[in-house]
Design a protein around this ligand. Structure first.
Ligand code: ADP
Ligand code: MG
Length: 567
């Protein structure tokens, strides 16, 4: 490769960079949180790689982050002694954006600053946020274990291109120099930087170090140059989850969440627990307030980070929660697992199964509590993540009753598309003698709501759940019953509402059946090649006829889904 080359950014990176340069942010200071967060990730990665190769520490195992500034030159510098980057890694990580959903995210931007900054909040722009305050950004980096001559200098002062060059770099890790824009020059200030670090990065588990401000000279004396500038640690610098709940403030939890999730919005709820006994571990699990762009991608990233005795081991530790809780973010820190644990080992370890069961229960309990104590917030949760939770009963048979309690449906009780009725509230409203939970399913709410199958239910005042999500029939196929009450598709099989008919109604029905007998025979004859059976029904009040499917046949919606999939 050429020693020095000029390269163009990938299209998506260019677009994001453009957004940053023409800043949408009212909140400029978050650039520091992003860069400190990356430095901390780099330290985690080094510690992890060093488990197998101690030499990577190069006799410098005290991992830390340093923030410094130069008022006159208007620069702020963030440096770390973490894993660093090779030339190829610099080009890959700082020249492109690998995140899934980037294109989709960019399409969603409206040009309206308020709305867009919210979207960016969800997406998280990380490194590029440096350009909110800097007109030029320089990165000096060397990967741990590489020779000093394999350092890399990356520099960018525009939207289109950057320059990479191989340089000498003695110390391992990454140094980022921000050349501040004039309107952001106030960040080159010790007090300002300290307060931003305190605010956003206090929970970072390694020290964030700054030079102490020189003491102001006493009144009337010449300022003295301090002999040796002293360092001080600005943050608390202990892994947040190891602290006891009562020592951690709400703000700290929120900032920690943003750091591990790379999400900018506050979490909705969290659950922090220490388990001792046969298994010894700490978990800190967060419920995000917004769904990520790739929520429906079942192969996408999962949110649990695994630590073993405070050492970072892996992201996306998928063994610790089921797929239908893939929106949960957090940390699990085990004191029992070996530092050499791998995904393969996790898959086979029966202790992991019990941890998974316990963590699943924690999340379901957290949701149950939220639903009980704060129905409004729970509704927000449901609107964001309900679709995924509906995968639960199929995936997690053991917890299906618990999950069913958390489900919310549209129903003829409200006749609104909003899914806000629980099964428990449905049961409270059940008619005398009703022992079945009825539902109607179609490909959209309006079709379902106006289904002719609902006529008799409306007439009798019996509530029916209105299902129109793709996963609904899948859900119903696995739910079967709730609180001892069976579910019944109103379009399936014969419908026996007999127990709820009055004597008069029964008599009228018998009479009409006699009158219709010959019509029934003729219909059967005419339709015998296209339908299995023709029946007289009392379920319709306005429509003359309707199609039903057999009790054990596939639902109409499921059939449509399979047809679409070419089956
Ligand atoms: P994210 O942190 O969400 O992955 P960023 O835009 O913040 O995204 O960073 C992009 C990538 O650049 C990181 O994933 C990492 O590989 C690399 N990177 C950024 N800062 C550093 C650093 N200080 N040390 C090592 N690698 C870094
Ligand atoms: Mg980052």
């Amino acid at each position: 490769a050429a020693q020095k080359e000029t390269r163009g950014f990938q299209t998506e990176a260019k677009q994001l960079l453009h957004l940053m340069i023409h800043s949408l942010y009212s909140n400029k200071e978050i650039f520091l949180r992003e860069l400190v967060s990356n430095a901390s990730d780099a330290a985690d990665k080094l510690r992890f790689e060093a488990l197998k190769n101690d030499a990577l520490f190069e006799n410098d195992s005290e991992l830390k982050i340093r923030v410094s500034f130069d008022k006159d030159a208007k620069t702020v510098t963030i440096s770390d002694n973490g894993i660093g980057m090779s030339r190829d890694e610099v080009i890959e990580h700082l020249g492109t954006i690998a995140k899934s959903g980037t294109a989709q995210f960019l399409e969603n931007l409206s040009g309206d600053e308020q709305k867009d900054s919210h979207l960016i909040g969800q997406f998280g722009v990380g490194f590029y946020s440096a350009f909110i305050v800097a007109k030029q950004v320089e990165v000096f980096t060397r990967r741990a274990g590489a020779a000093a001559s394999e350092g890399v200098h990356w520099s960018c002062d525009g939207e289109a291109e950057y320059v990479v060059e191989t340089v000498e770099k003695e110390s391992r890790g990454t140094e980022i120099v921000l050349h501040l824009k004039d309107d952001s020059a106030d960040f080159a200030d010790g007090w300002r930087l300290r307060s931003v670090i305190k605010k956003y990065s206090d929970h970072i588990s390694i020290p964030v170090v700054m030079q102490k401000d020189p003491m102001p000279a006493p009144e009337g004396e010449e300022p003295q140059e301090p002999a040796e500038p002293e360092d001080e640690v600005v943050n608390t610098a202990t892994a947040l989850w190891t602290r006891s709940r009562s020592d951690v403030s709400e703000e700290e939890y929120k900032e920690f969440y943003k750091h591990i999730s790379h999400d900018y919005s506050d979490p909705m709820k969290w659950s922090h627990n220490r388990v001792e006994g046969k298994l010894d571990y700490t978990s800190l699990l967060f419920l995000p307030s917004k769904a990520p762009f790739d929520l429906y991608n079942r192969d996408g990233n999962r949110g649990v980070k695994l630590y073993v005795q405070r050492t970072f081991i892996m992201d996306d530790a998928e063994q610790f929660l089921p797929l239908y809780l893939r929106f949960i973010k957090g940390v699990v820190d085990s004191n029992d697992l070996s530092l050499n644990v791998s995904r393969e080992i996790l898959q086979k370890d029966p202790n992991i199964d019990s941890m998974r069961a316990a963590l699943t229960k924690r999340v379901l309990d957290m949701l149950e509590k939220l639903a009980k104590n704060d129905a409004e917030t729970y509704q927000e949760f449901w609107n964001e993540f309900g679709q995924v939770l509906k995968e639960g009963p199929a995936e997690d048979y053991a917890n299906r009753e618990k999950i069913a309690k958390l489900l919310r449906f549209a129903s003829t009780h409200t006749n609104e598309a909003k899914q806000d009725q629980s099964l428990e509230s449905y049961i409270e409203r059940m008619k005398e003698g009703q022992d079945t939970i009825y539902y109607v399913a179609a490909e959209n709410f309006n079709t379902a709501k106006s289904s002719p199958h609902l006529e008799v239910f409306r007439k009798k005042g019996i509530e029916v759940l209105i299902l129109s999500d793709r996963v609904d029939e899948w859900l119903m196929g696995h739910l079967m019953e709730f609180d001892g009450k069976k579910f019944q598709d109103v379009a399936k099989g014969s419908l026996d509402l007999g127990d709820m008919d009055t004597e008069e109604e029964k008599k009228a029905q018998e009479e009409s059946e006699k009158e219709m007998a010959s019509l029934l025979e003729r219909s059967k004859e005419c339709l015998k090649d296209s339908v299995e059976e023709v029946r007289i029904t009392h379920r319709l009040t306005d429509s003359p006829a309707c199609l039903v499917v057999g009790d054990h046949d596939m639902g109409a919606q499921m059939r449509r889904m399979l047809e679409q999939a070419g089956q």
